[in-house]
Design a protein around this ligand. Structure first.
Ligand code: URA
Length: 254
């Protein structure tokens, strides 16, 4: 789940103000002063906003109205989280628009960090084969991006603050690209876009929606390379995607 430290601080402040209000009310009651006792708690949002402005909302406003090229410029210059200290190149994403599918991975690995392009290593070449099996490619109907645009060192999972800083970029990217479908690769991608926990197994095999865009979850190609028993469910997922997009498949393309 996503919870940036800013959001946590705002939640603590909101709860503190509400608790203070309750204490004040109890104190007045104990003094028999009922003139300022209220049945309903006041809305403390404006006080919270004035003390700790909602930076997520502010950033969202900044990104509203950007074109894809402007967004890429902003992302490339981003220094909002600690990943900027260790990255070599920012990996914005690439592919074909209009996109029949927008594939969303987790974050760049070493090869992507060096190339500035998503999914160019072993897992990426494997992903290209998955796409080709349903007659899609980076130059034909598929756009590829990641949850975070900079490489987490040592290929660790992106941390929640890194995701929280980077997610508005992906949200705007999805808004601009308006793909017909989204394919989440792996747990981090699925948990982030669906904003829920759960095993990959429990999430695949069914359609979800991300802001009205139909979304499917499947295993990450790196996981499938490590564990060939996942190939069959992935093929099922790719067939499900193809059927949804009315792509006719030749027999047993795999
Ligand atoms: N793994 C990912 O999740 N994304 C990439 O771009 C490469 C590997």
């Amino acid at each position: 789940m996503i919870d940036s430290s800013d959001e946590k601080q705002r939640t603590v402040l909101r709860e503190t103000l509400e608790t203070l209000w309750t204490i004040e009310q109890d104190f007045r009651r104990s003094l028999g002063d009922f003139s300022a006792v209220r049945a309903k708690a006041p809305d403390v949002s404006s006080v919270v906003d004035s003390i700790l402005p909602d930076t997520t909302k502010q950033r969202q406003n900044e990104l509203d109205g950007t074109s894809l090229a402007q967004l890429e410029k902003l992302v490339t210059a981003c220094r909002l989280c600690k990943l900027e200290k260790t990255r070599h190149l920012v990996v914005f994403g690439e592919g074909n628009i209009p996109a029949r599918v927008m594939v969303v991975g987790e974050g760049p690995g070493a090869d992507e960090d060096a190339a500035g392009r998503p999914f160019v290593g072993k897992a990426g070449q494997y992903l290209d084969r998955w796409l080709a099996s349903i007659q899609l490619s980076r130059t034909n109907g598929a756009y590829i991006a990641n949850i975070v645009k900079c490489r987490p060192p040592g290929n660790r999972d992106p941390e929640s603050d890194e995701i929280a800083h980077c997610l508005p970029y992906l949200e705007r990217q999805i808004e601009l690209i308006r793909p017909e479908t989204i394919l989440c690769l792996g747990r981090v991608s699925a948990h982030t876009l669906l904003n829920r926990e759960g095993t990959l197994q429990s999430m695949r095999g069914q359609w979800f929606r991300y802001r009205s865009v139909p979304l499917l979850v499947t295993y990450h190609p790196s996981a499938v390379l490590r564990n060939p028993s996942l190939r069959a469910p992935v093929w099922e997922d790719m067939q499900r995607l193809a059927a949804f997009l009315h792509i006719e498949l030749p027999h047993k393309a795999r």
